[in-house]
Design a protein. Structure first.
Length: 366
């Protein structure tokens, strides 16, 4: 059952052409915009609504998943109306909601639309936005976490045709109490370091932050792993309740290393991890802090060994990754999020410390 939230009420009140929805984590920005677009689609005939994100994997794991869930919860989803190849949903009145990525040049410069929604627009460049906006007849939604300033701040907030709201987790009454508790832990941590103070500002309060000490800048996205690339093996970082278990596959092509997120999921038993590993094949290196889990995977026949870790191993690992060129598959959405948010820690005065934050590192550790 869908629960009406304050976030939805605030979004419905937006009236101008450019509707900017800025907010923190779990504020239900996307989950609140999509019901309005569904209502628009069902009450207006022969319209086109475009929902866009940086890549197709981001679309599938974000806005498209939310769209199908919302349609299903409201008993309106018709699987025959959804074209899985073109990622379009056609309503009974001829209105279409289409999903595509901002890296699709043909789509950016293609047909016009009535309504546009760019999900996590801070990951889309300004030129892509302009190409989409000039082909949109009615109104535009933009949502994002304000990790740092970008083109919305520079070009749109002062636009007379734009308006902005700020949402936080407190605007989402449907949020599980356990998630609320986890978010609010950062409020206490904000007293301990500049990093957590910035985190709480951005993801707790939805206010503008600044990630000025990101550790990895030596990576780019690619769509697929080249056929000529050679599989070196897979890294495993164990998790369960609070942290995800992760498996990152490592390939090499000439002097470039390619990373692919094979698993990023909480609640995985070692037996389930075995099934994933068996399907991947090859050799595995796992976190040696869990010898029991390693031994169990070995007993199932998986070629896995513990990583050699000692004093300074985290810094050594970071320096090793910084010293090479990295390519990351666009389907590795959680790993990409980590790479964008993994920073050096700071003290209360904002001085950068010689240690990374203990967050956004599960895929990176693997």
């Amino acid at each position: 059952m869908l629960i009406k939230t304050t976030a939805q009420e605030k979004i419905v009140q937006l009236r101008k052409r450019i509707r900017i929805v800025r907010g923190g984590t779990s504020a239900s920005k996307t989950f609140s915009i999509i019901p309005f677009l569904i209502e628009y689609a069902t009450t207006n005939s022969n319209k086109v609504v475009s929902i866009v994100a940086e890549t197709i994997p981001h679309i599938r794991r974000g806005a498209l998943r939310d769209f199908i869930k919302i349609m299903d919860l409201s008993d309106n989803y018709n699987p025959d109306a959804f074209n899985k190849s073109s990622l379009t949903y056609t309503f009974y009145n001829g209105t279409i909601i289409e999903f595509f990525s901002a890296d699709n040049a043909a789509k950016l410069r293609g047909a016009r639309r009535d309504v546009l929604f760019i999900n996590e627009c801070n990951n889309v460049d300004f030129e892509a936005y302009k190409q989409l906006a000039i082909r949109t007849k009615e109104f535009i939604y933009l949502d994002y976490n304000p990790t740092t300033t970008f083109w919305v701040d520079e070009h749109l907030i002062a636009d007379p045709d734009a308006e902005m709201i700020i949402l936080t987790y407190k605007d989402n009454e449907a949020l599980d109490p356990a998630i609320v508790k986890e978010i609010e832990k950062a409020r206490d941590k904000a007293e301990t370091s500049d990093y957590w103070r910035n985190w709480w500002r951005v993801y707790g309060l939805g206010q503008l932050g600044q990630l000025d000490s990101v550790i990895f800048n030596n990576w780019k996205q690619i769509d697929n792993i080249p056929k000529e690339a050679r599989l070196l093996g897979h890294g495993i970082d164990f998790g369960y309740t609070n942290d995800p278990s992760t498996i990152i596959s490592l390939y090499k092509l000439d002097n470039t290393f390619i990373l692919h997120e094979a698993l990023y999921q909480k609640g995985m038993s070692n037996r389930e991890l075995f099934n994933i590993c068996k399907g991947l094949g090859g050799y595995f290196v796992a976190d040696s802090a869990e010898p029991k889990s390693i031994a169990e995977l070995q007993s199932y026949g998986i070629a896995v060994m513990g990583a050699e870790k000692g004093a300074g191993s985290v810094m050594h690992g970071i320096q090793s990754l910084q010293s090479v060129d990295l390519l990351v598959t666009s389907s590795s959405v959680n790993l990409i999020k980590e790479l964008r948010n993994y920073t050096w820690d700071k003290d209360r005065n904002g001085t950068i410390l010689k240690k990374p934050i203990d967050a956004y590192n599960h895929g990176i550790d693997a």
